[in-house]
Write a protein that binds this ligand. Structure first.
Ligand code: G3P
Ligand code: MG
Length: 352
């Protein structure tokens, strides 16, 4: 028998459309996929949101990951293929660690910036796609002067990825760590050069407190650990930050001031809520907002901590970083579920 359709739970928006009372934000690694593997429950969970639910309507959702390193378009295309669901492109349904940097592109449009992370110069192209016009990589620096880091010879592929520049005359204004650096040693060295000399590589080292204008340093993903398809968590961009700051402090006596984006930072959760409400408006007409937001994640330190601080409902799943055998999570979720399908079913029943 058709379950009695309690339409009272549907919000009638100004446009007369029936909106469900909830929306979801999904973490990716450890919730929907593990490395290259799609978790079997992921597709079933997304089908519930596509309409197979008692509300008989689509339930809006976003993907929010501390991952990145490629353009939003490229990642959405590969995720849609993997998940077998049309995840609409870029910011309409997908936010990755560095998407928020689009807000800074105008301010640094004509300034030389250094970007870290990702393969070869993929992140340069992502930054240019955001509107940054003078984007450099640490491989460009090594190509300019091999003695900046004598322990690595550029491979052919790395050489082809570089852009010519004379860094003795090119003051770097800001450094954005988009994704996980591949050559930590090279990146720590170049970052240390830039931040000690106010932007000119090879310039005189000036104590940070005596520098006129500090080079801005921004990290996009604080994850110390994350869930890949290896049975134990992997070290994330947060590990690179710890390594860099430890070396910088050993040299200068102090850590370098920086901006942090990514889950669980408030900036990233505020940005996500903005995007989700914009999406809800597109779907159901303006001024409607989901009365309940559910974040489903595998990492207590990022997904659950951020959702709790943003006063969303948080559901912790056991398919990623969180391992119940190691005791209770550092941040208590609203609910714990075995996997993403159980998490979605629990939230939908709770709101119905
Ligand atoms: O670098 C990827 C990792 O830090 C976490 O990704 O999707 O679990 O936020 P996610
Ligand atoms: Mg995760």
């Amino acid at each position: 028998i058709m379950p009695f359709l309690k339409t009272r739970h549907l919000q009638t928006t100004a446009s007369g459309r029936k909106a469900p009372p909830l929306a979801f934000v999904f973490d990716i690694d450890g919730v929907l996929i593990r490395g290259a593997q799609v978790l079997p429950e992921a597709k079933k969970a997304l089908n519930i949101l596509a309409g197979e639910n008692p509300f008989r309507t689509k339930i809006p959702f976003l993907l929010l990951t501390n991952g990145g390193g490629v353009s939003e378009e490229a990642r959405c295309k590969s995720l849609s293929a993997k998940l077998g669901v049309e995840v609409l492109l870029s910011t309409s349904q997908y936010i990755q660690s560095h998407t928020i940097l689009k807000k800074h592109a105008r301010r640094f449009a004509d300034e030389p910036i250094l970007v870290l992370g990702g393969e070869l110069d993929t992140v340069r192209r992502v930054a240019e796609g955001y509107g940054f016009k003078r984007v450099y990589t640490t491989l460009d620096v090594l190509a300019w002067n091999p003695s900046t880091w004598p322990f690595h010879q550029l491979t052919e592929a790395e050489k082809e990825s570089t852009k010519a520049a004379d860094f003795s005359k090119l003051p770097i204004s800001a450094v954005f760590v988009f994704h996980d650096p591949r050559n930590w040693a090279l990146d720590v060295q170049i970052l240390s050069d830039i931040l000690q000399s106010g932007g000119i590589i090879g310039g005189p080292w000036v104590p940070v407190e005596k520098q006129q204008k500090l080079v801005e340093l921004t990290f996009c993903n604080p994850d110390l650990l994350w869930g890949s398809d290896f049975p134990r968590p992997r070290i994330g961009q947060g590990g690179f930050k710890e390594a860099f700051q430890a070396v910088f402090k050993a040299i200068t006596g102090k850590q370098y001031p920086y901006v942090q984006y990514g889950k669980p930072t408030k900036a990233t959760y505020d940005f996500t809520k903005e995007v989700l409400e914009q999406r809800f408006n597109e779907e159901y007409g303006s001024s409607s907002k989901p009365s309940s937001l559910y974040m489903i994640g595998d990492n207590p330190e990022s997904d659950i901590a951020g959702a709790n601080a943003a006063q969303w409902n948080s559901v912790l799943v056991k398919t990623g970083v969180y391992n119940p055998e190691q005791g209770p999570p550092a941040h208590a979720p609203t609910h714990t579920a075995n996997d993403v399908l159980e998490a979605v079913q629990w939230a939908v029943e709770r709101e119905y």
